[in-house]
Ligand binder design. Structure first.
Ligand code: ITT
Length: 201
């Protein structure tokens, strides 16, 4: 069975491909199906934005799709960048600028780092919306992952804010975990697990 994941983010695609492989399903991304629209994500929540993407793409392709809207919420920044995570520093999807901006915003607060260099608690959040265009029915789920923002980029795996997201239980950043390790604990994996549990019922 083939699942269309309505995303142009290759980092997300890789993680979904591995997660769905365990369920014996193959993943196709927007690049694979040759439809990569510019979508204005003007919702107020992760769920709303995931639904906007799912609806546009499911209708266009006339097939069921799963859309992912996700981001990082930093406690000391009152939940920023949140739904603006992809364009935090102004340029959509520029991970290195976004990470710089995050460190700059936290450095303005003059927080004393802890022994691991950590400055604030944070959560990764992921909303998944599965949409069937014939009925317009959706399934909506959310997953999250708790960690800390550390003051130094570390690790080469993953994408986005992974190099700054520190996991005390591993003494590593998310970018120092390989994809299988990340897929055991990530916000995306936790959301997908909830979706799967609803679908098998
Ligand atoms: P699509 O909308 O096409 O799926 P996108 O990259 O624009 O791709 P989002 O609007 O959901 O996706 O933005 C998500 C941003 O949040 C992304 O650019 C990362 O900076 C961050 N993010 C989400 N999940 C992440 C993860 O697992 N690790 C690190 N950063 C993540």
């Amino acid at each position: 069975e083939i699942i269309i994941v309505a995303t142009k983010n290759q980092g997300k695609v890789k993680e979904f491909a591995k997660l769905f492989a365990k369920l014996n399903k193959q993943v196709r991304s927007l690049a694979d199906v040759g439809y990569v629209p510019e979508i204005i994500e003007d919702g107020n929540t992760f769920i709303e934005n995931a639904e906007i993407k799912a609806r546009i793409i499911a209708r266009h392709l006339n097939t069921t799709v799963i859309a992912d809207d996700s981001g990082l919420c930093v406690d000391e920044l009152n939940g920023a960048p949140g739904i603006y995570s992809a364009r935090y520093a102004g340029e959509h999807g520029n991970d290195s600028l976004n990470n710089k901006k995050l460190l700059a915003e936290l450095s303005n607060l003059n927080i004393q780092p802890d022994e691991n260099g950590c400055l604030s608690k944070a959560q990764f959040k992921c909303a998944l919306v599965l949409m069937d265009p014939t009925s317009d029915k959706t399934i909506q789920v959310e997953g999250s992952c708790e960690g800390w923002i550390t003051n130094q980029l570390r690790g080469e795996h993953g994408f986005g804010y992974d190099p700054l997201f520190y996991l005390p239980q591993y003494k590593k950043t998310m970018a120092e975990l390989n994809i299988d390790e990340k897929n055991k604990i990530s916000h995306r994996a936790s959301a997908l697990k909830k979706l799967y549990e609803i679908l098998v019922k």
